[in-house]
Design a protein around this ligand. Structure first.
Ligand code: ATP
Ligand code: MG
Length: 207
């Protein structure tokens, strides 16, 4: 079982949107997917509860429980959604499980300041230094035509980390989530642009 952690201590950076859509993508690929929601607000689990049994299945890991050997054998992927403000022991605990770590960042000064401190701490971690876990960044709610987008791009260039993709700000994510769907569960005509933007991200996850 491979584990992907979506993490950024900045509230509202897009963790749940990324985690749920990634789980939705993997499930659509006939992969056996489990979600683990470390956030007290349980947004990912609420999304799962809305998900129709007719959609590709995603199972949930019960609260306060780590993946057992049985879970590991029964699933191909574990997607972990984490909480705003995560730090200290909780952060170490989440990182301990991850093979791939995705950090969503929005193009605002408030987000970039928190993310900078977080990435600096993240890169000091043993697993990352030993290359047992890999970090990638996703620019979230980015309109490439804006000054904010180029500021974000410049900010991210200081790190030797892959910028996996930029995802645009669109109601497609919001509307899909109302029904426990990912953008991969929408008709093609409603998600065409999103699918293109997700391609490099899913490629990195599977690599
Ligand atoms: N690309 C996007 N386009 C449009 N809306 C988005 C996008 N990404 C996130 N959002 C919206 O922004 C809000 C915050 O996103 P989300 O809940 O995914 O962030 P979060 O990091 O999980 O927040 P928290 O720290 O509170 O857990 C949500 O209302 C979500 O629907
Ligand atoms: Mg969240």
């Amino acid at each position: 079982m491979r584990t992907i952690l979506v993490v950024n201590p900045k509230g509202g950076s897009g963790k749940t949107t990324l985690a749920t859509n990634l789980a939705g993508y993997l499930a659509r690929q006939n992969q056996r997917v489990m979600m683990w929601d470390l956030d007290q607000q349980k947004s990912s689990l609420s999304w799962l509860a809305l998900r129709s049994p007719e959609l590709p299945a995603i199972t949930r890991l019960g609260s306060g429980r780590e993946a057992s050997q049985g879970d590991k054998q029964k699933n191909d992927w574990l997607v972990i959604d984490s909480a705003a403000g995560i730090q200290g022991k909780n952060l170490s605990y989440a990182l301990k499980h991850a093979h791939k770590i995705i950090v969503p960042v929005q193009p605002s000064v408030f987000d970039m300041v928190v993310t900078r401190d977080f990435i600096n701490r993240l890169l000091e971690g043993k697993a990352i230094q030993k290359q047992e876990a890999f970090v990638g960044i996703v620019g979230m709610r980015v309109d490439p035509r804006t000054r904010a987008a180029s500021t974000l791009e410049q900010f991210l260039m200081q790190y030797d980390l892959p910028i996996l993709t930029y995802l645009r700000d669109t109601m497609a994510y919001v509307n899909a989530a109302f029904n426990g769907k990912s953008i991969f569960d929408l008709p093609f005509y409603q998600s065409e642009q999103e699918l293109v933007q997700w391609q490099p991200l899913t490629k990195w996850v599977k690599s």
